[in-house]
Design a protein around this ligand. Sequence first.
Ligand code: AMP
Length: 113
Amino acid sequence: MSDCLFCKIIAGEIPSTKVYENDAVYAFRDIAPMAPVHVLVVPKEHIPSADGVNEQNSTYVARIFEAIPKIAASEGLSNGYRVITNCGEDGCQSVKHLHFHILGGKKLPETMA
Ligand code: AMP
């Protein structure tokens, strides 16, 4: 999508700090990290949110979750980490391209909401 921030990052039109890439997945450092390690993992196809996952595009979600352990290992997250996706208004999703936050590098707070 031409006006999507993360599509532009994937295309290299907006700079990012890449940590992982394959044919389906791109991962880069969050610009405003909320933990010592804060990586965003996105599908290379524009999917608006978790609410837009369906039978035609769910392979991207599988490919993302195959990539996450590799990214976690390369980031040294051997003691665990958190994976989050915010969805829609009530989920406080600010970028409308499906993305999973990998957070780690410290003991994270127990509260989720
Ligand atoms: P969310 O609020 O779940 O939609 O998460 C969007 C995330 O994208 C936030 O954590 C932002 O800090 C991050 N973000 C926004 N713009 C950029 C950018 N240009 N490069 C890297 N991360 C970004």
